[in-house]
Design a protein around this ligand. Structure first.
Ligand code: HEC
Length: 174
């Protein structure tokens, strides 16, 4: 009988140790990921408009949120449009608005066989950086001369209560 109790105790203790280690490892690695991401995003939160360093954040944000569908260099494939034709309409006012709105509210048109899902969860800073990445690196906008996107431009267009088809109606002719 003592045998059985001793064995059971050993199993229980071993299970607790292994389980605890696994749980600790999982929580710890999730924390690390969150902390890294928060650090990266906060580093790019600008103090003033002139200090908005969008370069790395734009490349990172594009790779994370867009490249799957539009391909890493923005050329698109299958049902996903290339981004250069619309990026070159920047910096016209209508194009600026359209580029922001299609991310905040989604886009549904007859031109492509799929809609674009809305990406309103992306932060103002990350979305502004991604849009600069698109218009400068794919559309050839002048990073020094053109009025690029600022986080405040994104914030100003949130909360319009419009949908993917309204966005399509506002699309500027490329
Ligand atoms: C799940 C796939 C998917 C993801 C992810 C995605 N898009 Fe799209 N995107 C589409 C589709 C599909 C369309 C075309 C929708 C339509 O016209 O109905 C589109 C349209 C666009 C357009 C408009 C093109 C035009 O000619 O009017 C732009 C600009 C764009 N996407 C940029 C982006 C950017 C930048 C990201 C990342 C923040 C992104 N997309 C993420 C699928 C995606």
């Amino acid at each position: 009988m003592r045998h059985v109790i001793a064995h059971t105790a050993v199993y229980v203790i071993a299970t607790l140790l292994v389980g605890g280690a696994a749980a600790f490892g999982t929580v710890r690695s999730r924390q690390l990921v969150i902390v890294d991401e928060a650090m990266l995003l906060s580093r790019h939160e600008p103090a003033t408009a002139h200090e908005f360093e969008w370069g790395d954040l734009g490349a990172y944000g594009y790779a994370r949120n867009c490249a799957n569908c539009h391909s890493p260099d923005g050329t698109g494939w299958d049902q996903y449009p290339p981004l250069r034709p619309i990026a070159v309409t920047f910096p016209a006012e209508a194009a600026r608005a359209y580029l922001i709105d299609l991310h905040l509210y989604g886009l549904s048109s007859a031109r492509w066989r799929a809609p674009m899902p809305r990406m309103h969860h992306v932060t103002d800073a990350e979305l502004a950086a991604i849009l600069n990445h698109v218009v400068v690196r794919f559309g050839g906008a002048d990073a020094a001369g053109d009025r690029l996107f600022q986080p405040a431009d994104i914030a100003a267009r949130r909360g319009q209560g419009i949908g993917p088809r309204d966005v399509d109606r506002r699309r500027p002719a490329p």
